[in-house]
Design a protein around this ligand. Structure first.
Ligand SMILES: O=C(O)CC1=CCC(=O)O1
Length: 262
């Protein structure tokens, strides 16, 4: 566990592995989860690879920042975490808002990005009105009341039937309300569709047939708009394949990274 003091508060980081010259991956979490969402992926990485994970503002063990920041600020946090860990360049892996942040990192600092793994994401994550309605719902009812309705957007039917789904619902229900609201507001104000052509790094775009938050057509559109992207569409997962099918997710990631490394 590491703590990085930022101008908005303290950010929780975790570094694993640590080979001097090996492949380095930086993982960025989705909304309402924390860095544990990558546990089963990191555990499967090839020997010699290293990784850095972090909890966004208002998530996991990181402190909450006042509302008013945007996705570029969250991308700045990723770059600050990389600086802190001494990582010059890495493959950036992001899920959902994490993928949106990863796209921003690639626009802001392409020299720091060896490749992108964009899981279940898009340049705009749904209409702003939907996010404002969610913010209103959280303000009125709290996180626990919202969590039950959000879970089917996270997981496909197979994962929803597993007892572990309840653990992720608990994590969501316990997410700091103000941190969650501020992050929803950051998503609501973001659309970089017009800039996708500028992202010249090789990318692997991952989707899931049961994803209700970024459905297959949205993810396919992202893959088509990026200059150098491959697409993998899982048949049995929803929005969070790193949790639902970590072995398949890791296999796709490793195949991609080995190809861009060769
Ligand atoms: O909570 C959801 O609806 C799913 C989601 C949207 C952005 C994100 O990171 O997760």
């Amino acid at each position: 566990m590491q703590a990085l003091t930022c101008d908005w508060g303290t950010m929780h980081l975790r570094a694993d592995g640590g080979a001097e010259e090996g492949t380095t991956l930086v993982f960025i979490n989705s909304l309402g989860t924390d860095l544990r969402m990558w546990d089963e992926v990191v555990a499967r990485l090839p020997e010699g690879w290293s990784s850095l994970r972090m909890d966004k503002r208002g998530h996991g063990l990181s402190e909450t920042a006042p509302e008013g920041y945007g996705i570029p600020d969250l991308a700045g946090d990723v770059l600050a975490a990389m600086d802190h860990a001494g990582i010059g360049r890495a493959v950036i892996v992001g899920c959902s808002i994490g993928g949106l942040i990863a796209q921003h990192v690639a626009l802001m600092a392409p020299e720091r990005v060896a490749g992108l793994v964009l899981s279940n994401t898009a340049p705009m994550l749904g209409a702003a009105e939907g996010w404002h309605a969610r913010i209103d719902g959280v303000r009125a009812n709290g996180m626990a009341a919202m969590a039950e309705g959000i879970l089917p957007r996270w997981f496909g039917p197979r994962m929803l039937a597993r007892p572990e789904a309840a653990l992720w619902r608990t994590l969501l229900a316990r997410t700091d309300r103000e941190g969650y609201i501020a992050t929803c507001a950051a998503i609501a104000g973001t659309d970089i569709t017009d800039r996708l052509g500028e992202i010249a790094r090789p990318a692997l775009v991952i989707g899931g047939k049961h994803d209700l938050a970024t459905p297959p057509d949205v993810v396919e559109k992202l893959a088509r708009a990026l200059p150098r992207a491959d697409l993998v569409m899982f048949g049995d997962t929803g929005h969070l394949p790193a949790i639902e099918a970590p072995a398949d997710f890791t296999a796709a990631l490793v195949t991609f990274v080995e190809r861009i490394n060769s």
